[in-house]
Design a protein around this ligand. Structure first.
Ligand code: SAH
Ligand code: SF4
Ligand code: F3S
Length: 449
């Protein structure tokens, strides 16, 4: 059969972006090509997210658009991949019959076969979760660039009571260290300058006797001019060894995404987060002692069941205590099948909205203050390309993941590490002037054994 064009849209977390590259790798191997226009495609795939209701609603909206396309082109195959495929398979196939294909995150190897089934007019359905699938041996499809993601583990065993991920992604399992290191090598040879190692809970990574700290240091050794980032760390099992590994390797970014979710121990317990605020603050202090330049970001949920005003104030307090560089902030959204779904969603919508706004306002103020303190300093920036707003400016990122904008200069190319002297800052962006080229983080090079 003639193989044709695939169009794919990706929603949700970075793991979904990484999965999309695996999916495209699998399909290209089978002779499909990739198109950036849905109108051009024979197969439209939507890699979906179920984390909150508004994520799903957005995707339903998009499916409506594809239904119109399908009306014009009845041969078009429309497929749902990812987390919604696990959660809503029945609804999507039986009730919203525009979908021909429903494939969950552990069944992507079967996609070519399932697409063929859909081409023949049946429904292609693969939604089994696996205890072992890591797509270890598959080469993801990646366009050339500077930044790449690598999923190092899949699934989650934490069962936070609000969260669908353990249900949509299944049990935790890790990819082999050697296959990850090989992929980092290949990326380095292709000129990539930054790799982000991904997992819902990377601290649980385990391959034989190698833990996540071992994996990080093995990846960091591949190419010292390549930045290594990682996400997400769960506060319960962040080890001292991991903190020392970050401190000892100049090219592992001094940046930890450490979701706190709430500042109230009572709420944390209801969430089954398995740590207390005291433990969390000890961890932050320890990390700051071991890695003096470390910065933190976090996730916060406003309006979890039974959250009262005192709990909310404790969340604002922890934000003031830690002073995060950034935060992802959400209103609690009940998810069917989770433990919290059985609790009453008793914080009224307008109260959730008000609390979330207070959280956002506070974070913006803190980010602004932190960035103001950087005025006058020199930051090491990886040049990513021209700024989105103007070709007269470059955009890059600091080690701590802040965007820096500075005027173009003939001496500078994408992928260079440069020192930029900061002269202006907003809560989201730093501005400055080029001062010199540099090593990745020259002050720390002495630490490289
Ligand atoms: N594995 C990561 C988080 C993955 S989901 C971790 O444990 O930190 C990303 C964020 O979405 C979570 O940290 C949480 O803040 C938010 N989130 C998850 N489920 C949610 C829900 N039902 N309602 C609102 N926010 C939610
Ligand atoms: Fe969800 Fe908790 Fe797992 Fe994160 S650690 S993915 S919040 S269950
Ligand atoms: Fe969404 Fe699934 Fe990621 S629910 S956040 S795409 S793991």
């Amino acid at each position: 059969m003639q193989k044709n064009k695939i169009y794919i849209e990706t929603y949700g977390c970075q793991m979904n972006l990484a999965d999309t590259e695996i999916v495209l790798g699998i399909l290209q191997n089978k002779g499909y090509s990739v198109t950036k226009e849905a109108e051009d495609a024979d197969v439209v795939l939507v890699n979906t997210c179920s984390i909150r209701d508004n994520a799903e609603q957005r995707i339903y909206g998009r499916l409506g658009n594809f239904k119109n396309l399908k009306n014009r082109n009845p041969h078009l195959v429309v497929g749902i991949l990812g987390c919604m495929a696990e959660r809503l398979r029945k609804d999507l196939v039986e009730e919203k019959s525009i979908v021909d294909l429903v494939v969950g995150p552990d069944e992507y190897r079967r996609l070519p076969e399932l697409i063929d089934i859909a081409y023949n007019g049946d429904k292609g359905i693969g939604v089994k979760l696996s205890k072992t699938e890591t797509y270890d041996d598959l080469l993801p499809y990646r366009e050339d660039g500077l930044q790449a993601w690598i999923s190092v583990m899949r699934g989650c065993d934490k069962f936070c009571t609000f969260c669908v991920v353990p249900f949509t992604r299944g049990r935790e399992r890790s990819r082999s260290l050697s296959s990850i290191v090989n992929e980092v090598k290949q990326l380095s040879e292709r000129g990539f300058k930054e790799v982000t190692l991904l997992g819902q809970n990377v601290n649980s990574y385990l391959d034989d006797k190698n833990d996540f700290a071992d994996l990080l240091s093995a990846c960091a050794k591949v190419d010292r001019m390549m930045r290594i980032r990682f996400t997400t760390s769960h506060p319960q099992d962040m080890s001292d060894k991991l903190l020392f590994t970050i401190a000892e390797n100049s090219n592992i970014c001094n940046y930890i995404h450490l979701p706190v979710q709430s500042g109230s121990n009572r709420i944390l317990e209801l969430m089954n987060r398995t740590y207390t605020i005291e433990h969390y603050l000890d961890l932050i202090e320890k990390a700051r002692n071991i890695i003096p330049a470390v910065s933190f970001s976090t996730d916060i949920i406003a309006g979890f069941p039974t959250e009262n005003y005192e709990d909310h104030v404790m969340t604002l307090d922890i934000m003031r205590t830690v002073r995060y560089d950034g935060a992802f902030m959400f209103k609690y959204s009940p998810r069917e099948g989770t433990k919290a779904f059985k609790m009453k969603d008793d914080v009224p919508e307008e109260v959730k909205t008000k609390r979330l706004q207070e959280i956002i306002d506070l974070q913006q103020q803190i980010s602004y203050e932190i960035n103001q303190e950087l005025i006058g300093t020199e930051e090491t920036v990886l040049v990513e390309g021209k700024s989105r707003k103007s070709d007269n400016f470059f955009a890059g990122r600091t080690d701590s993941n802040k965007v820096v904008i500075f005027p173009v200069d003939d001496k500078i190319n994408d992928g260079d590490y440069v020192k930029v002297k900061i002269n202006k800052a907003t809560q989201a962006t730093l501005f400055g002037n080029y001062s010199s080229h540099t090593d990745i983080k020259s002050e720390n090079l002495a630490l490289i054994a």
